[in-house]
Design a protein around this ligand. Structure first.
Ligand SMILES: [Zn+2]
Length: 192
């Protein structure tokens, strides 16, 4: 969730920093909204007649819209940068459909962002005649040493760095994985 994308060049693209602030604000205002909902109910008011509720509803909607616009801008710029600077882009084909059912707000926003990011990459690739290769999400990109090819086995998510026991290269988990995804994508491309 901290990083939006990790490139095989070693570049980590951080998620929007201001997002957290806005999300906290959204949570606060949503709580206020549900309180006003209860107040309206208690006084047997129709929701459409409750001015306080309606005012708060619009406030929440505006924050939603602001978050969405910021995210769209960010993803448009990021996908454009990647498409402009690369001819072949290999990506991990994450199972976003499964992820979309996550109930945690931050996590589900990250998942929606990811799906929308891939979508933007794909249509921009078409516009600019670039190639996108998807690597199966079951490909063990985090397990393989990108330097010597040794398969080190599964790693829990808390392991962010590791050292290959064979060639002794010290890896950043995600950058190593992205190098493997690039190599695997190019291999698939050759095989087709
Ligand atoms: Zn190695």
């Amino acid at each position: 969730i901290k990083d939006m994308a990790i490139l095989s060049t070693g570049e980590k693209i951080e998620n929007l920093k201001f997002r957290k602030q806005l999300e906290d604000k959204l949570k606060r205002e949503q709580r206020k909204l549900s309180k006003r909902f209860l107040v309206a109910k208690k006084s047997n008011k129709n929701l459409s007649e409750s001015k306080n509720y309606q005012k708060q509803r619009i406030k929440v909607a505006k924050i939603h819209e602001k978050i969405m616009n910021m995210r769209t801008d960010f993803l448009n710029k990021l996908s454009m940068d990647i498409i402009k600077n690369h001819d072949i882009i290999c990506i991990e084909d994450l199972n976003t459909k499964g992820l979309l059912h996550n109930h945690k707000l931050a996590k589900s926003i990250a998942d929606v962002s990811w799906a929308s990011f891939i979508n933007k990459l794909e249509y921009k690739a078409k516009w600019y005649g670039k190639e996108i290769i998807k690597v199966d999400r079951l490909y063990p990109s985090s397990q393989i040493c990108s330097v010597c090819g040794y398969k080190d086995g599964k790693k829990t998510l808390d392991i962010r760095e590791w050292t290959c026991p064979i060639c002794h290269t010290h890896h950043d988990r995600d950058i190593n994985a992205s190098k493997n995804i690039l190599a695997e994508g190019l291999r698939i491309r050759q095989a087709v």
